[in-house]
Design a protein around this ligand. Structure first.
Ligand code: DX5
Ligand code: ZN
Length: 219
């Protein structure tokens, strides 16, 4: 699956930018609050407007403090998947429960230096794990290959049936990095600059998808 990140799109033309990637699986929306990360993007009103203008399932990536308070409204609004950060809450299970009760899939995200092990037990209550392959906050950064150890560990747990969860990766995914991520076992690839920096965003989505599929098959 390919999830273009609109962080690299034209924020004044979001409906057209979504239409340009109608062949994508999810549309990734980065919500930043200038507290959890040192950047500010958009919030619920923009997501609500976008939901009215696209049929692509919306994948909200909340890089915000206090997700227990702010995450469920994105699910109520109709986002398909709502991901928040493990580092932002002491009670990720209740946040996941509230997101699911509001009708969305629940995702947990971990920053590059956050270990996976402490969260393995609670992942049974999540639908997606978003492994950050850059420090959250900005598009266009370089891929951190060390995080693929966490992806490989997850792939083993999913393939053995111990966990049922979608493995998503975010940050620095492009034509040069997507194959090693696919070989490690990623299911869903977020790509911002590699899609919206391309001459044809739709063609970039298809090209990344083909690269990921052939790398996964080779593996
Ligand atoms: C970074 C965001 C990413 C960002 C990725 O904090 O979570 O979704 O848009 O951008 P690229 O693909 O350019 O690294
Ligand atoms: Zn993101």
């Amino acid at each position: 699956m390919i999830a273009p990140s609109i962080l690299s799109a034209d924020f004044a033309n979001l409906a057209a930018e979504a239409a340009a990637v109608s062949n994508s699986d999810w549309l990734h929306v980065d919500v930043m609050d200038a507290h959890f990360v040192p950047n500010l993007t958009l919030g619920l009103p923009v997501v609500e407007s976008l939901l009215r203008r696209t049929d692509i399932p919306i994948d909200c990536h909340l890089m915000i403090e206090d997700p227990g308070r702010w995450a469920p409204p994105y699910a109520e609004a109709g986002a398909y998947n709502v991901t928040f950060h493990a580092e932002a809450t002491d009670d990720p299970l209740s946040v996941a429960r509230d997101i699911r009760a509001a009708g969305a899939k629940a995702g947990l995200s971990i920053k590059p230096n956050t270990p996976l092990e402490p969260y393995l037990e609670i992942l049974k209550s999540f639908d997606t794990l978003l492994v950050m392959s850059v420090e959250p906050g900005f598009g266009g950064q370089s891929f951190i290959p060390e995080v693929l150890d966490k992806v490989r560990r997850m792939r083993t747990l999913v393939d053995s049936g111990e966990l049922q969860i979608l493995i998503e990766i975010d940050g620095g995914i492009n034509a040069a990095t997507i194959e090693e991520a696919a070989e490690a076992g990623v299911d869903c690839f977020v790509a911002g600059s590699a899609v919206y920096g391309a001459e044809s965003p739709g063609a970039a989505v298809e090209s990344l998808r083909q690269q990921a599929l052939s790398a996964a098959h080779r593996h």
